[in-house]
Design a protein around this ligand. Structure first.
Ligand SMILES: C[S@@+](CC[C@H](N)C(=O)[O-])C[C@H]1O[C@@H](n2cnc3c(N)ncnc32)[C@H](O)[C@@H]1O
Length: 217
């Protein structure tokens, strides 16, 4: 059986050093998030951001919906990969995080990002009711709602469009039968739900905490 590379922190650093450079504002957001202590773990990894940027560019994505903004690292990274007439709507319920994110978007002069600040399910229902369609939906908010977010997203993504979900490997614990805490089980339930869904093709990519890439048929 072919063996995957053991991705050590040292190798991850090498990968980042030899990939596309981050902008000063991306670095600033990371520094800010690091200053928040434990909350830093909410942010996607640098490699994930670069991977999402590549996906956006090769798929000619123009319209993105993000569920879970935090301080804006993923939104700003994705928006910068969009063409100038692209748009990214980012959903989060936390005013403090959203205000901080807004300050970074302004500093980066990034005008393609629109924020909606309220519980994400309310925003998703409103966007769906107004028949909004997206080329890519990125789900990275409360895990308890992942199935609900996915099930509504499927109506809102164009055929051939992408739904990408973060944290699907949950620190690698999903395959460890000795782990039976609430969140590991929630992610397992989500992964099982997705596995049965024939409306999308899916592929789990072991990058960061694990991304599932779904393509709507
Ligand atoms: C993992 S973080 C998002 C990280 C972000 N994508 C990044 O890479 O920087 C999850 C976010 O979801 C938000 N969140 C949690 N529950 C939510 C809900 N029910 N509705 C909207 N946002 C929610 C939190 O406030 C938090 O900012």
């Amino acid at each position: 059986m072919p063996k995957n590379i053991d991705l050590t922190d040292n190798l991850e650093k090498y990968i980042i050093d030899h990939s596309e450079n981050m902008t000063d504002i991306q670095k600033e957001i990371i520094d800010h998030n690091t200053s928040l202590g434990d909350q830093k773990r909410l942010q996607i990894s640098i490699s994930q951001a670069q991977f999402l940027q590549t996906i956006i560019k090769i798929s000619n994505t123009k319209k993105i919906l993000e569920v879970g903004s935090f301080t804006g690292f993923s939104a700003l990274s994705m928006a910068s990969a969009l063409p100038s007439d692209g748009i990214l709507i980012s959903l989060d319920k936390n005013f403090e995080f959203c205000n901080k994110a807004k300050s970074f978007y302004e500093k980066a002069k990034e005008k393609k990002i629109k924020q909606i600040i309220k519980p994400a399910m309310d925003s998703l229902k409103e966007l769906n009711n107004s028949n909004q369609k997206f080329d890519l939906i990125f789900i990275d908010a409360d895990k308890e709602n992942y199935i609900n977010y996915f099930d509504i997203s499927i109506n809102m993504v164009v055929s051939g469009g992408l739904i990408i979900i973060d944290n699907v490997l949950w620190h690698g614990e999903v395959s460890d039968k000795s782990k039976n805490d609430k969140f590991t089980n929630i992610i397992r339930e989500f992964n099982d739900h997705l596995k049965k869904d024939n409306r999308v093709t899916k592929n789990i990519i072991p990058i960061g905490d694990g991304l599932t890439i779904c393509i709507k048929k």
